[in-house]
Ligand binder design. Structure first.
Ligand SMILES: Nc1ncnc2c1ncn2[C@@H]1O[C@H](COP(=O)(O)OP(=O)(O)OP(=O)(O)O)[C@@H](O)[C@H]1O
Ligand SMILES: O=C(O)c1ccc[n+]([C@@H]2O[C@H](COP(=O)([O-])O)[C@@H](O)[C@H]2O)c1
Length: 206
């Protein structure tokens, strides 16, 4: 039996906010490891400047390379289509029924749980581990999910050092030709640079 955290996201690109979130969940909830699960297509948002699911997966692999407590799964990228969490949790449950699963989300995402596909199915298959983010309080989240079966037992909170950092902010900085040094792991920065991802004019003169 393993206690496994899953941090789902678009990771366009992965940044240190994601890693601190994953590592904080692991430490505070006593998880054996946390898996970054990049989506193929996010169910609730449009991906802009997407280098593609395979590339986001590769960036995630580079991002976790130095932390043995963090892993990456290609499950959603390989499944294709909109990446509904309930389907992913079912696949994980079928593969390893003995494990205990925690689906990790920032407070912003947790609030939207009632609009997800089969939200009560999600809570039946995993405990929702909520990181506080962007001033959304625990009470805000609890108020939003209170009507769902399982919410009282299956929603837990953990603390994350607040970082006003998002992939959108990083894409904006890169588009403006600004540095993202120290905001993403060095290996992620190198690949973004080499491939010219997110730059407005990636190939000068081209
Ligand atoms: N700075 C952060 N601190 C804590 N959690 C975060 C942070 N940034 C993202 N997350 C959480 O990580 C998960 C995946 O996020 P996602 O990959 O969509 O990143 P994002 O930075 O919010 O992206 P975008 O700006 O493109 O919408 C979500 O549950 C989100 O709430
Ligand atoms: O299953 C759903 O309906 C659903 C709706 C919105 C978001 N999610 C999941 O929440 C995670 C974070 O989503 P996002 O949009 O911030 O990348 C990611 O794993 C998504 O698949 C899942």
């Amino acid at each position: 039996m393993a206690r496994v955290g899953i941090l789902g996201g678009t990771f366009n690109p992965p940044h240190i906010g994601h890693l601190v979130c994953a590592a904080s969940a692991r430490e505070q909830l006593g998880l054996d490891h946390v898996v970054l699960m990049p989506v193929f297509v996010p169910p609730h948002k449009t991906v802009t400047d997407d280098p593609g699911p395979q590339e986001r997966l590769e960036l995630c692999r580079l991002a976790v390379a130095d932390d043995p407590g963090l892993r990456v799964s290609a499950l959603e990228v390989e499944r294709g289509g909109p990446s509904y969490t309930v389907e992913t949790l079912r696949a994980l449950q079928d593969a390893r029924p003995e494990d205990e699963r925690w689906f990790i989300v920032g407070g912003d995402m947790a609030q939207s749980l009632p609009t997800w596909r089969e939200p009560e199915g999600v809570l039946a298959l995993a405990t929702l581990a909520v990181a506080e983010r962007e001033g959304i309080t625990r009470q805000d989240v609890l108020d939003r999910v209170a009507g769902l079966a399982g919410a009282a037992e299956r929603v837990r909170f953990f603390d994350v050092p607040r970082m006003d950092l998002s992939s959108s902010l990083l894409r904006r900085r890169l588009a403006e030709g600004r540095t993202v040094r120290h905001l993403v792991p060095a290996a992620v920065e190198r690949r973004i640079d080499e491939r010219g991802f997110y730059r407005r004019n990636p190939y000068p003169g081209g």
